[in-house]
Design a binder for this molecule. Structure first.
Ligand SMILES: [Ca+2]
Length: 484
């Protein structure tokens, strides 16, 4: 079966060499500016309802685009999520279920083209600026290397070296990892990849990775383009370390940051396997003061990232490119900011699995869309909107119909995985329910209309039998699809 799929993919690849629009000499197809933030939860954005964190530039994009309220990643960790997004395959199908497996993407894909390759084969200029496939943050940034890239996806690619946790400024380590800063371990195994390590940096941030990356993306944007472009800009904040210029911390005085409320006994109906590794206790976030400082630093990092989005969108307008450029803004997964006393990612609960997703396309009316959507859908969506031939291997679905009609519905359910074979855990998300099927046979079920914060696990409730049977059916069909 795999050979057949490969052959089909190869056939489709050659058919996509010239996009129909270009081949017929018709109007030039649209450009794509694809911006992806790292570890950004939708609920931190003001356009998604956060009343403390200020994100005016992303909000402005949402005002003129379609903002998706039920968009989900395929895996709540960087590497597998990004491999899925760029390949158009579920992490199980592309066989990347950990950050460590990310470097296998070129081998695992074989002849099946990535999103970047499909654009290149349609005579687009395809460029990667900073983190699109997996990069270790901060290790690959302090070293200034490309990370687990898929080099054939790009005509040009750029990575940047930046000081990250060693930026000059006021430092604070809020969690309790052992941090190794000897030269031998300068870039890896040093604890900074998960630590809540905060730097209120001196200066305007010009040396920081996201500023350097945005500078480069602006340079590429202002180039004379003989062909349409697919410009992918990866911004690494608010991934830890939480580094931003001091001025970005000022609007967020720590004592005023509002923490989520966790009801008494919240964990009693969560199976042990459903409690992620990163809890307040395990992190050493043993006081509300420390937790509020995390929020302050996270929001400062989000605002700093938002400022870069503002810079590149301003240039897009200055260049009069808005009317022929599709802009996408998203994140590789969500993030817990203390809900259930959970922090960061690697959780199938709502705040970690849900992503922000905004698509602003020329000629489309602004809208808010509550159709289920997933990160993996961006590949077929952009292929359709740019008139490219869509390869056969894609497992996502085009969201393009929702841009004309926000009431359109694309999926009955979406899927997010966590863990490695043979212990893969599953989230099935319908519009109404979130169902987590843990590998040891335990489960969580939440009615997202009645209980959007996921406080009451209905998996054992008598009257849940019918809905559980439907959700188990969805999981079965997902497993059959990825086994093909
Ligand atoms: Ca990430």
């Amino acid at each position: 079966m795999k050979h057949l799929l490969l052959a089909l993919a190869t056939l489709c690849t050659s058919a996509a060499t010239l996009s129909p629009a270009i081949a017929q000499g018709a109007e030039r197809p649209p450009n794509v500016l694809f911006i992806i933030s790292d570890d950004l939860t939708a609920s931190a954005l003001s356009c998604y309802g956060n009343s403390q964190c200020k994100t005016p530039h992303i909000d402005a994009l949402a005002e003129r685009g379609t903002r998706f309220t039920r968009a989900y990643c395929q895996y709540p960790v960087c590497g597998p999520s990004r491999a899925s997004m760029m390949s158009g395959l579920f992490p199980e199908s592309v066989e990347i279920l950990s950050n460590g497996a990310s470097a296998k993407i070129t081998k695992n894909l074989g002849q099946r083209p990535t999103l970047g390759q499909v654009f290149m084969r349609a005579n687009y200029f395809s460029a990667r600026v900073s983190k699109i496939y997996h990069m270790l943050i901060p290790g690959d940034i302090t070293r200034g290397v490309h990370g687990a890239d898929h080099a054939d996806s790009w005509n040009e690619r750029y990575c940047f070296q930046a000081p990250e946790w060693s930026s000059v400024g006021e430092h604070e380590h809020l969690s309790k990892e052992k941090l190794i800063t000897t030269d031998k371990n300068k870039h890896y195994s040093l604890g900074f990849g998960t630590a809540f390590y905060v730097v209120q940096a001196e200066g305007d941030g010009a040396e920081q990775v996201d500023v350097q990356a945005t500078d480069k993306a602006i340079e590429l944007l202002t180039r004379e383009h003989a062909m349409p472009f697919f410009l992918a800009l990866g911004l690494v904040r608010p991934h830890v370390p939480l580094v931003a210029p001091t001025s970005y911390f000022k609007p967020y005085p720590a004592p005023r940051m509002r923490l989520p409320v966790t009801p008494e006994g919240d964990w009693e109906d969560i199976p042990p396997v459903g409690i992620p590794n990163k809890t307040s206790i395990k992190f050493g976030l043993d006081s509300n003061e420390k937790k509020r400082k995390v929020l302050q630093a996270y929001y400062a990092s989000v605002s700093f990232m938002d400022a870069q989005v503002g810079r590149i969108l301003a240039v897009l307008d200055d260049m009069d490119l808005r009317d022929n450029t599709i802009v996408v803004f998203t994140s590789d997964h969500g993030y817990h900011l203390g809900e259930h006393e959970f922090w960061q990612k690697s959780s199938l609960h709502e705040e970690s699995a849900r992503i922000p997703l905004i698509i602003a396309a020329p000629g489309k009316r602004p809208a808010v869309c509550s159709s289920l959507a997933q990160l993996m859908d961006l590949y077929p969506t952009l292929a359709e909107m740019c008139g490219l031939t869509t390869p056969e291997h894609l497992q996502g679905r085009s969201l393009a119909p929702t841009l004309d009609d926000p009431e359109a519905r694309i999926h009955e359910f979406v899927h997010c995985a966590y863990g490695r074979q043979p212990k893969v855990h599953h989230l099935i998300r319908t519009e109404r329910h979130a169902y987590m099927a843990w590998a040891n046979g335990t489960a969580e079920l939440y009615d997202m209309d009645d209980d959007p914060k996921q406080f009451t696990n209905l998996a054992g409730a008598e009257d849940s039998d019918e809905v559980l049977a439907t959700l188990k059916g969805h999981l079965k069909s997902h497993l059959e699809q990825v086994a093909q």
